[in-house]
Design a protein around this ligand. Structure first.
Ligand SMILES: [Zn+2]
Length: 292
């Protein structure tokens, strides 16, 4: 399932390739993919002939800005891929939208499970979020300690669901939530508002470090629903996962087995030893009640 690092990898490659190109024509067949439009032809009418001026992103949403003010918004959902291809090269099944670009290149949206979506947004302007996605919280990439302090606030929400809440902070999904919390040594069930200043710093540092490293590795490709970049390449960050998918394997920090727990239809991976549920206090102050 593509999360921020995978979508950012796609964004960077699309920006390098598409910026300044005109969309000569659009073939749109995916009614479910284009479900925000009354019919696929409406999307085609709004986009064909327009020039791409910038490729932007907020969280897991790509924003392909069109000259002068409109935008195409793409969400990859569970299994969506954007691929660049030579015109006339074979298309795979589940190809729902094809943009033919000036200079002879095609951008294709492929999505077997059709949880992803594509739509044209009218008039956000160059620096604004399209209205359809203006509920998204601050982007997790580059979120500093002050931003995370605002996200955490005094909320009683547990840390993991808060990191997954796109209205609170945008871009983190199940893989990177587990990796960030492992790196920050914070239990996923800790109430967000109860973090100490030092723990908040650890959370901000972990968020920055994990996401930057994952972007540098071009994201994570897992065996199921395999993420691929715009050229069909795989990401490399799965080799650096320390919690996600590592049930019963030794924690890279303390050597005890990583635990897996099922919640709400997804798995949470963590180290119960170095991500304690309770805040550890200095031994001298707690009369021996500190972490073992
Ligand atoms: Zn550990």
């Amino acid at each position: 399932v593509p999360e921020l690092p995978e979508v950012e990898t796609v964004r960077v490659d699309l920006a390098a390739t598409l910026t300044g190109r005109r969309i000569d024509s659009v073939a749109a067949t995916g009614e479910r993919t284009l479900r925000r439009h009354r019919r696929p032809a409406e999307f085609v009418e709004r986009v064909a002939g327009r020039r791409l001026v910038e490729v932007d992103r907020r969280g897991k949403y790509l924003i392909l800005r069109l000259d002068p003010v409109d935008a195409v918004v793409v969400h990859l959902g569970m299994s969506g891929q954007l691929r660049l291809a030579e015109p006339g090269s074979p298309t795979v099944s589940h190809t729902h939208v094809v943009w033919a670009l000036e200079g002879g290149l095609e951008l294709r949206f492929i999505d077997p499970r059709t949880f992803g979506e594509v739509f044209a947004s009218l008039g956000p302007g160059r620096d604004r979020l399209p209205v359809e996605i203006d509920h998204l919280g601050p982007d997790a990439l580059g979120a500093d300690r002050a931003t995370l302090a605002g996200v955490v606030g005094r909320r009683r929400t547990r840390l993991k669901p808060l990191l997954l809440d796109q209205r609170a902070i945008a871009g983190i999904g199940n893989i990177y939530a587990d990796e960030i919390l492992w790196s920050a040594r914070l239990h996923p069930d800790r109430p967000a508002g109860g973090l100490s200043p030092r723990e908040l710093t650890r959370l901000a540092d972990a968020c920055a470090e994990v996401l930057a490293a994952a972007v540098a590795a071009r994201g994570s490709s897992l065996p199921d629903l395999q993420y691929r970049d715009v050229w069909g390449g795989l990401g490399g960050y799965q080799a650096f996962h320390r919690a996600y998918g590592r049930e019963a394997q030794p924690c890279a920090r303390c050597g005890r087995p990583i635990r897996r727990r099922a919640d709400a239809g997804r798995s949470t991976y963590f180290c119960a030893s170095c991500q304690p549920r309770r805040t550890s206090r200095p031994r001298s102050a707690s009369g021996g009640g500190g972490a073992h």
